[in-house]
Design a protein around this ligand. Structure first.
Ligand code: EPU
Length: 357
């Protein structure tokens, strides 16, 4: 345990912020100790995983639990599928590479997403037409207020686009200990190649019959060329979610902006008609490459806000608010952050540790 720990280096935006208490957990015992500390100090417990999807905007009066547990284990088979348990602290991309090296399919489109395994169900991370929910079987958690273990089946996780129960009704309630994945045999497996420029990139490489390894390779290549590395410049990947707009708004917009891309949404209705890339709106509103002091909008990808160093979470938040306001004024579309904004309001919704028996 450390007191007054600066979280710089533990969040990919590279923000300096001090946490009252910090516990790095490499075992379940460490997690229990953090829960006890939260109970004793009457402070909320904030779980920190890869720190790759959070913007810390102030010092945190909390016990920050940094999940650093390891382990990837085959737990069993179900027909041609294999069930693999992965500890929350394992690196996501390394887990994807492990699955490919061991001959499993299902995770390849999710290569090179930053972060740890424990946050994959929270965000229901996704890319290139695949989401984490496609491979999650269940999530093992510890209830912070009672210290009890629970298994939450994928069907109970309320997965949606970058959404899950862990971001909504169960926010702040659990520490995710491990995720059980259902991976597929590569035999007879249908690859997902139709999203973005995966197919074009495979063709460019002269690959006619791609393997899961080829897909992961191409996805990694595309992500690296489009998205900035946090080691070079602070960022959290896509900062905004792609908004879903009404039929009426879509029809008004497409008339004026006939190059506006859109995606179909599942179960579309007049209120929720099409998904629009936030990147397009932010770009056309003139924000791409914009810089304001220590923060800005990435020059190659309008969805990504960047921190050049020396700034604060509040600087990024102000930029985010200005972009949202401007996009609303120019297009009538409300966009909102995908990244978790960590402040006292967020902490107020995190559980305080209960008495652990
Ligand atoms: N576009 C612009 N300007 C830009 C960038 C894009 O106009 O600067 C337009 C282009 O027309 C493009 C469209 O926006 O066709 C979509 O852009 P892109 O494919 O770059 O982004 P996206 O599809 O909206 C999503 C995820 C990414 C994920 C990619 C690939 C969200 C918010 N983002 O981006 O996720 O990697 O698809 O599947 O859903 C992340 O969550 O951190 C993330 C990077």
């Amino acid at each position: 345990m450390e007191k007054n720990k600066n979280l710089y280096g533990l969040n990919t935006f590279g923000m300096s912020a001090v946490a009252d208490y910090y516990v790095r957990a490499t075992s379940e015992d460490d997690v229990m100790r953090a829960i006890e500390l939260s109970c004793e100090k009457k402070l909320p417990l904030l779980v920190l995983s890869g720190g790759s999807n959070m913007l810390i905007v102030e010092d945190l009066h909390a016990v920050v639990l940094h999940m650093d547990t390891r382990g990837i284990e085959v737990e069993g088979r179900d027909g041609s599928d294999t069930l693999v348990r992965v500890a929350a602290g394992e690196d996501w991309h390394e887990t994807v590479m492990w699955s490919i090296e061991n001959g499993y399919a299902g995770m390849e489109n999710l290569a090179y997403i930053p972060g740890k395994v424990g946050s994959s169900p929270v965000q229901n991370i996704g890319a290139y037409g695949v989401e984490a929910r496609c491979v999650i079987e269940s999530v093992e958690v510890i209830d912070i207020s009672s210290g009890e273990r629970r298994v939450i089946a994928a069907s109970e996780c309320e997965f949606g686009y970058r959404e899950s129960i862990f971001k909504n009704s169960a926010r702040g309630r659990y520490v995710i200990m491990s995720v059980l994945f259902r991976l597929h045999s590569t035999e007879g497996y249908k690859l997902h190649l139709d999203y973005g420029n995966i197919r074009a990139e495979l063709e460019k490489r002269g690959i006619e019959n791609p393997t899961v390894a080829d897909v992961a390779d191409v996805v990694t290549f595309i992500r690296r060329s489009k998205l900035p590395e946090p080691s070079q410049v602070g960022n959290c990947g896509s900062f905004f979610k792609n908004p879903v707009i009404s039929r009426q708004l879509y029809e008004t917009l497409i008339e004026k902006h006939n190059d506006m891309p859109s995606y179909d949404v599942e179960g579309a209705n007049d209120e929720h008609w099409k998904k629009i890339p936030a990147a397009y709106l932010i770009d056309r509103a003139g924000w791409k490459g914009y810089r304001r002091g220590c923060v800005g909008v990435h020059q190659n990808q309008a969805l990504v806000l960047v921190h050049y160093g020396g700034g604060t979470g509040k600087d990024v938040l102000m930029l985010c608010q200005d972009i949202c306001r401007d996009v609303k004024e120019k297009y009538g579309v409300e966009i909102s952050p995908e990244v978790n904004i960590i402040n006292s309001d967020f902490l107020a919704r995190c559980a305080v540790g209960g008495k652990v028996e």
